[in-house]
Design a protein. Structure first.
Ligand SMILES: *[C@@H]1O[C@H](CO)[C@@H](O)[C@H](O)[C@H]1NC(C)=O
Ligand SMILES: *[C@@H]1O[C@H](CO)[C@@H](O)[C@H](O)[C@H]1NC(C)=O
Ligand SMILES: *[C@@H]1O[C@H](CO)[C@@H](O)[C@H](O)[C@H]1NC(C)=O
Ligand SMILES: *[C@@H]1O[C@H](CO)[C@@H](O)[C@H](O)[C@H]1NC(C)=O
Length: 405
């Protein structure tokens, strides 16, 4: 069984590699015609650390294996934002496109700011309707997390990023949470914190921490002076398994640094994307065994791929044309079912600040580039902006008042 799986896995990789090479050249070739093509396939560690922006997109594998080969080509869409650079010198046609794009982005930002500047007021009616619609389709409070209830021994986990399945063995079952941590719960105020550079010097820490429930993405840093701007309280933090690979040596060596790094999140829930791609499962399990062995207080749980599938259908029906959702949208969706008041911070997919257009780093803690924030993110952001305008949730794009809510 295992041997067969391995074989399958191997041939899949070979196929993906070939396909990948082909895709790279195709995409590179087509880039000038249709830059959007690039968006759904890029995946590298920097992007994975792009939590509440876009974490897990399709074709992980292909892209991961091709990252090095295609780094140069992949850089191109980024350059759109950058104006003067080699690409411009090399190709004036590209340069024109880039300028157009820059102009377009400015327009988009301008529009967003305009929409945002209207006074926000919660529209209870809209909120209730939206929430009951979302709940009836996705059942996040029962299904978002894998539990011993929704995945009994012998049942199958169907990956949402591949066609693979995994049978629940007694061993696997034993690490599932007994009951859904959110069932029958309604919280008052939740803050979902994206990691965007817009949080730098925002003074939003206090306001974020005043929420009853704080959700963060992909194990972000909280100390070193960031507290003031991003807060420190954490009730749920997500982890894309790729972070275990690139930050903690796939947990094959010393595991103490990993456990240490979890300390700052206290006994929050650690929500792991273990079942999107089968390549992530083993390292996720190592993370959980490490947490258990070191008796870390953090409570690891698995994101349920079935929830992700229904969520994707839900958002697609709302107009989103994506194959995978960002972690930011997943956690926001969960918050919309769980909390009466949902506040979003650090969600801003553009590289310029909405107010004075100053350059922003990609994250509040680094400037690792996510290659396709241009294409994928604004679509999601547009949806969030719509919910903001409808008074269903509240986006925070500016600096926060200090000394009180
Ligand atoms: C902002 O970024 C652009 C593109 O990367 C660069 O050309 C410009 O010099 C930057 N501006 C400042 C003030 O850093
Ligand atoms: C949640 O509520 C339902 C119906 O009100 C009830 O049947 C169920 O036992 C509750 N679950 C928990 C975990 O309290
Ligand atoms: C943030 O504020 C500090 C201190 O006032 C300042 O030195 C720094 O340049 C600011 N950073 C940005 C990106 O505005
Ligand atoms: C409920 O959500 C679905 C899927 O997103 C959407 O097509 C439908 O219009 C929504 N219904 C209402 C009443 O909002």
């Amino acid at each position: 069984m295992r041997g067969q799986l391995l074989k399958l896995h191997f041939s899949l990789i070979i196929t993906l590699l070939c396909l990948g090479g082909l895709l790279t050249s195709l995409i590179w070739y087509n880039y000038n015609v249709e830059p959007h093509r690039l968006s759904p396939r890029k995946k590298n560690p920097s992007q994975l650390s792009e939590p509440c922006k876009s974490c897990t997109k399709v074709m992980d594998k292909v892209a991961e294996r091709k990252t090095e080969i295609s780094e140069k080509q992949e850089d191109k869409p980024e350059k759109i934002r950058e104006g003067n650079n080699k690409a411009v010198e090399q190709n004036s046609e590209t340069s024109k496109k880039q300028e157009d794009s820059l102009q377009k982005v400015k327009e988009v930002i301008h529009k967003a700011v305009e929409r945002y500047s209207q006074t926000w007021k919660k529209q209870e009616d809209n909120y209730q309707k939206f929430r009951s619609n979302l709940s009836s389709k996705c059942h996040g409070l029962e299904e978002a997390i894998i539990t011993q209830n929704n995945k009994p021994v012998g049942s199958e986990i169907v990956y949402d990023g591949s066609k693979k399945t995994l049978k629940v063995t007694p061993e696997l079952f034993s690490i599932f949470m007994k009951e859904h941590p959110f069932s029958n719960k309604t919280l008052d105020t939740c803050a979902v914190v994206g990691n965007g550079g817009i949080l730098i010097n925002s003074s939003c820490g206090e306001m974020i921490d005043s929420a009853q429930f704080v959700i963060r993405c992909n194990l972000p840093p909280l100390a070193n002076g960031y507290e003031k701007h991003v807060g420190i309280k954490t009730d749920l933090v997500t982890a894309n398994p790729s972070i275990f690979n690139y930050r903690f040596g796939a947990l094959n060596g010393p595991r103490h640094p990993f456990v240490e790094s979890l300390r700052r999140y206290g006994n929050s829930l650690l929500l792991i994307h273990a079942f999107s791609f089968s390549a992530y499962t083993a390292v996720s399990l190592r993370a959980i065994y490490t947490i258990n062995d070191f008796e870390s207080p953090i409570r690891p749980v698995f994101l349920n791929p079935e929830y992700l599938k229904s969520l994707l259908l839900f958002w697609r029906a709302q107009g989103l044309r994506e194959n995978r959702l960002s972690t930011g949208l997943i956690t926001t969706s969960l918050a919309l079912e769980l909390c009466n008041n949902v506040h979003l911070y650090g969600f801003w997919p553009f590289s310029n600040h909405p107010h004075d257009l100053h350059n922003l780093t990609n994250h509040y803690y680094d400037d690792m580039q996510a290659k396709k924030q241009f294409h994928a993110m604004p679509a999601e952001f547009d949806l969030l902006m719509r919910l903001h305008s409808q008074g269903i949730l509240r986006l925070h794009l500016g600096d926060c008042p200090t000394g009180g809510k």
